[in-house]
Design a protein around this ligand. Structure first.
Ligand code: MN
Length: 327
């Protein structure tokens, strides 16, 4: 009996399951949780899905997205005997929980920096997306996938691989995509909703953001900044900055790209690497985490201070001779 069987055995016994997804939810967290929730409901189990934030508007095509409940206080959470954390590397990603949930805690994730905070930790860093792990789990369970579940899983894998472009794109992630399309998922439908359904304000925000572009390390490091004033001016929210970090990353010669986004309590830093530099190490040293090629952290300081703190660390990791002397 391996971990998959153990988890299925526990889920089968439970009358209901509480699912948690990380703050600033992405397509992987949303799609994975919805697919697992639908599978559990098909087995006559009640489920709740909780998140610190609302579902971003461009993910509101996902079947049953309305079932994801925004919660800011632990007192508002209904706990079933089993809690499942999804795509969430540590409890800090679930700020409404002051402590570990009661009962059995299952942690399903693919971040290598996962803190193994559950009783059962199904953590597979080689998986392109948590959606891939959920796909395997449901397959092992022998549950038939509905078109709605398949759409959620396809969106999870498609978005976490950046539309099958990022370094985590594998033969298996493509195979799963192919199998989900065979079940009836429309790749065009998903791609149009995810990448071609933005507000005009988002485009104006992108323009302002790109005008902050700075390069250093002889063009190997690039970063941009988003302030709350810029978001206010363009009537946009934090979800509108998703994918922005990929624009500085798309410059030829750039090895690491950074996005500094001002938040209510400080700065959210997103780090992306094209390969050689492990940005998860840098993010972890700042209290965050993530993957080798995509990581993030939250700093409680101003954007200017965050740039002054993070840029030298990345320049050091790039071992940049022209930068290391003046930082
Ligand atoms: Mn993920």
């Amino acid at each position: 009996m391996d971990l998959y069987d153990t988890i299925i055995h526990e889920l089968e016994k439970a009358p209901g399951v509480t699912l948690f997804i990380h703050k600033s939810p992405d397509g992987d967290a949303l799609g994975s949780a919805l697919a697992l929730s639908m599978a559990l409901e098909s087995q006559a189990k009640d489920t709740f899905i909780y998140c610190w934030d609302e579902v971003p508007y461009f993910y509101r095509f996902l079947p049953q997205w309305e079932r994801i409940t925004k919660v800011r206080r632990e007192g508002d959470v209904s706990f079933y005997p089993i809690s499942v954390g999804i795509d969430s590397s540590d409890l800090g990603r679930l700020p409404f929980l002051w402590k570990r949930p009661p009962g059995l805690v299952i942690n399903i994730d693919h971040h290598p920096t996962n803190a193994r905070w559950g009783d059962l930790n199904l953590v597979e860093p080689q998986a392109s997306a948590t959606g891939e792990i959920i796909f395997r789990l449901l397959e092992r369970w022998g549950l038939p996938l509905t078109l709605d579940m398949a759409t959620c899983l396809y969106t999870a894998i498609f978005t976490d691989t950046g539309g099958y472009r990022f370094a985590n794109t594998t033969a298996l992630s493509l195979l799963y995509g192919s199998r989900l399309v065979k079940m009836g998922v429309s790749p065009y439908h998903v791609a149009t909703h995810v990448y071609e359904s933005y507000s005009p304000g988002r485009m104006h925000l992108l323009g302002l953001t790109l005008s902050t572009l700075v390069l250093s390390c002889e063009g190997r490091l690039a970063w941009v900044v988003v302030t709350r004033a810029m978001m206010g001016e363009t009537d946009t929210g934090p979800e509108d900055t998703e994918e922005f970090v990929n624009f500085p990353k798309s410059i030829k010669g750039v090895e690491v790209a950074l996005l500094f986004r001002e938040t209510d309590s400080g700065v959210k830093v997103s780090l992306r690497s094209k390969g050689r530099v492990d940005v998860a190490v840098i993010a972890s040293s700042l209290g965050g985490g993530g993957h080798k090629a995509a990581a993030g952290c939250d700093l409680s300081c101003s954007t200017v201070e965050a740039v002054e703190r993070v840029v030298p660390l990345v320049e050091g990791a790039l071992a940049c001779s022209t930068c290391s002397t003046d930082s």
